[in-house]
Design a protein around this ligand. Structure first.
Ligand code: SF4
Length: 370
């Protein structure tokens, strides 16, 4: 019942990148942009004088601006791209037949590297979608590509596994890695303290344009079941509020390690599994090998999802629930519920991403020797 305080993969060399980020912020001519993951905003809590689970996104944005970041964005915007790409991939596979299923999510890098090493048979079923962090970084780097100004992109993430993901060969563009530095929530807290900012006294601020809109579906990526719920919102054609509630109550919400749900899609029944914890992933894969059928499987390495990532301040069970609640109420407060309703998506697909979706938003993972 407690959140993991250690890296779930146990194999990652944890390095603190805050010194490098301070150095980039000191270089006047360098543009430093930053994206903040959904789970971070509900975890700064006690350390900075506000309640755990309280949504501090506006305060984080204000703090990062005072620290010298030139552009502040929300990874939920990147998650909207992931939802659209992953839904399209899911429907394309479904169209090819049962043998192509299930589609496994790939936005948790600790799960991806575990699968590459330990579950070679499922690697071909891993989604080719880059994680929200990597999709968004590729878009932001592309947007500034022709500017003469040096550009450093930073991501504030709930885990150290994201540092290893950012360093992967697959995610290097012409000018270097798409994400230059990843700092964890704990490193961010440290940096805010070092800068002398009184966090609880800041006025909340909004993120920057042109990437300033996101949907509630993108925000719930930070909790186990969130990716599934976001994809189902996109796939299910009934767009009523009642349909949204049905998806929420289908069993994808809640903290159990393996959740199974059935969702109607046309004349088919889609079988969905939501898994958190790598032991549970191994267990579910065993069940699949023994003949159980699934169409969509979400895997998050941390029990409870990213709200309990190893880069987050440690909490007990109650804290886990309040962080999840914080993200669900942020979703409730957003006027845009579904990723496809985010107006930015339309302009990205008809502009910057035109003809480049595969190159900027996808990746192919391969099984590795254990
Ligand atoms: Fe990182 Fe854990 Fe989230 Fe995976 S589930 S992305 S390891 S915080």
């Amino acid at each position: 019942g407690q959140c993991a305080a250690v890296c779930p993969t146990g194999a990652i060399v944890i390095k603190n990148d805050s010194a490098r980020v301070w150095k980039a912020l000191d270089e006047k001519e360098t543009r430093v942009s930053v994206q903040i993951a959904p789970a971070v905003r509900v975890a700064l809590g006690k350390e900075l004088g506000i309640g755990d689970g309280e949504n501090a996104m506006g305060l984080i944005v204000a703090a990062l601006r005072r620290m010298g970041f030139n552009e502040v964005f929300d990874t939920s915007t990147g998650a909207d791209l992931t939802v659209l790409e992953e839904s399209a991939e899911f429907l394309a596979r479904l169209g090819k037949g049962e043998h192509e299923m299930p589609l496994f999510t790939s936005c948790c890098p600790a799960w991806v590297s575990y699968a590459e090493k330990n579950e070679p048979e499922v690697v071909k079923n891993l989604s080719t979608c880059r994680s929200p962090m990597q999709m968004f970084a590729a878009v932001i780097k592309e947007h500034h590509k022709h500017s003469p100004r040096k550009h450093v992109h930073v991501a504030v993430m709930p885990c150290t596994a994201k540092k290893a993901e950012a360093a992967r060969e697959e995610f290097r563009g012409e000018l270097g890695p798409d994400v230059d530095y990843v700092i964890t929530t704990q490193e961010l807290i440290q940096m805010i303290k070092e800068s002398g900012i009184v966090f609880s006294e800041l006025e909340p601020e909004a993120v920057d344009m042109p990437f300033g809109t996101m949907s509630g579906a993108g925000v719930i990526f930070g909790v186990t079941g969130g990716v599934t719920e976001a994809v189902l919102r996109r796939v299910i054609s009934d767009k009523s509020a009642a349909a949204l509630r049905t998806i929420a109550f289908k069993g994808v919400r809640g903290g159990e390690g393996i959740k199974v749900a059935t969702v109607k899609y046309g004349d088919r029944e889609l079988k969905i599994a939501v898994v958190s914890g790598l032991g549970n992933a191994h267990e579910l894969i065993k069940r699949i090998k023994e003949g159980e059928h699934y169409d969509f499987v979400e895997v998050m390495a941390c029990p409870g999802g990213c709200v309990c990532g190893a880069g987050q301040p440690f909490i007990l069970r109650e804290g886990k629930v309040s962080r999840a609640k914080g993200l669900y109420s942020a979703d409730k407060m957003s006027s845009i519920k579904r990723s496809e309703e985010n107006p930015l998506m339309l302009s990205l697909y008809s502009g910057l991403l035109k003809g480049r979706v595969h190159e900027l938003l996808h990746v192919h993972y391969h099984a590795k020797e254990a």
